[in-house]
Design a protein around this ligand. Structure first.
Ligand SMILES: Nc1ncnc2c1ncn2[C@@H]1O[C@H](COP(=O)(O)OP(=O)(O)OP(=O)(O)O)[C@@H](O)[C@H]1O
Length: 285
């Protein structure tokens, strides 16, 4: 079964547009959603959660249409946004007591376990939490009502390396039974190298590629060679950088001729993100 099935989602803002966004996440897996600042990650996530009204498209979650079953599905979704700034003068405890009323399957025991695991004190005021603590608190909320699908917008970005590592371990624990699926957006590609099964890459409001992580990386090649070799491949490159020895750049694996003698290797996710962002910056000619 698909945990998430997004088809042809379009949303137009005055200066930005999501164009025919489609991707699917199989139940029991972790998908990393990557793209640079302003690529459309948050807009896509808000569209999935019906927090933004889409112009067209279909969103199915756990086999049901979000448009038709929103209230029921929200019981099954745990969502968290990196920065929460609501009820800032209240204590954690007060906010939790309000939020838990919305969830039929809320489990106080699970909630207490996460609060302990994340070293959060319920008597603290939201205003006194650090960014990382706010992220952890919103995750504790998202995880305490038996959600089958977690949709997390930049959950790791405010966390220190040790907390990030703990969180990635927790993600692996959560999907181990095969019931929970996770979509999380991030700029931190090393997090995805570590724990994502699938990658969906968005640029300028359009999905560039969505697929299994290794296949995703193998769709591209990081190539390097001399200045004269650059002339052979320049027009096919997504983008490249030159230095005194020659060039390094990214090319679609399909566009590369192995008999060219140019060195090629599988790129990291970071390489793909960096060179894709520079697309169009090199002047061909
Ligand atoms: N309510 C809105 N009205 C108008 N434009 C908006 C609105 N929400 C987002 N946008 C625009 O949509 C574009 C994409 O923003 P979005 O937050 O989805 O990107 P992102 O990939 O999540 O970026 P970041 O990594 O910086 O969070 C931006 O140019 C933003 O200004």
């Amino acid at each position: 079964m698909q945990a998430l099935d997004i088809r042809n989602v379009n949303k137009k803002f005055p200066s930005f547009e999501l164009k025919d966004v489609s991707f699917q996440l199989e139940k029991g897996y972790i998908m990393g959603f990557i793209g640079v600042n302003g690529a459309g990650k948050t807009t896509t996530i808000k569209s999935i959660l019906n927090m933004t009204h889409i112009d067209s498209g279909e969103i199915h979650i756990l086999g049901k249409s979000m448009a038709e079953h929103e209230l029921e599905l929200k019981q099954e979704i745990g969502f968290a946004f990196g920065s929460i700034d609501f009820y800032t003068r209240s204590k954690i405890k007060t906010l939790t007591d309000t939020i838990k009323k919305f969830y039929q399957n809320w489990d106080d025991q699970i909630y207490s376990n996460y609060m302990r695991r994340f070293k959060l004190d319920e008597n603290k005021k939201i205003a006194d939490l650090s960014t990382g603590m706010k992220v952890k608190y919103s995750l504790a909320l998202a995880l305490s009502h038996g959600a089958k699908l977690l949709i997390l917008d930049e959950p790791t970005s405010g966390l220190d390396p040790a907390s990030r590592d703990d969180l990635l371990d927790l993600f692996q624990e959560l999907i181990a039974e095969g019931e929970v699926s996770i979509l999380f957006s991030t700029h931190i590609t090393s997090d995805l190298e570590k724990c994502a099964d699938f990658i969906t890459f968005i640029a300028n409001g359009q999905i560039v590629l969505s697929g299994e992580k290794e296949e995703f990386k193998e769709a591209y090649l990081l190539v390097n060679g001399s200045k004269s070799q650059l002339e052979q491949v320049k027009d096919q490159m997504i983008s490249y950088k030159t230095n005194s020895f020659g060039f390094t750049g990214l090319i679609q694996a399909n566009d590369f001729d192995p008999s060219s003698g140019i060195k090629a290797a599988t790129p990291s996710l970071e390489d793909i993100l960096i060179y894709y962002t520079k697309k169009g910056e090199n002047i061909h000619g």
